[in-house]
Design a protein around this ligand. Sequence first.
Ligand SMILES: [Zn+2]
Length: 93
Amino acid sequence: MTAELRPLSRDHFDQLWKAQDGQCALCGKAMPRVRFDVAHASIWKKQRPTFDHIIPKAGGGPDRLENLQLAHAVCNKRKGKRQAGGSDGRVAT
Ligand SMILES: [Zn+2]
């Protein structure tokens, strides 16, 4: 019997961190785990690990472990912007 994890809890974080070996799911580079891993708060703000919904919440994706991955704050933001831009997959050049 496993206890139900609270959405986006520390347990989710630890499990995902372990599964991804501390690497960003979007760019594949290492993420700092805690604020003190980086020199400046401004770096932390961009590089900190955040929960990314594989199926976006807007698209009905649940707050469940299967639908979550960890990604840098900047990578997460970039992805969110791309998805918000429509679904035709075209890239403006
Ligand atoms: Zn990244």
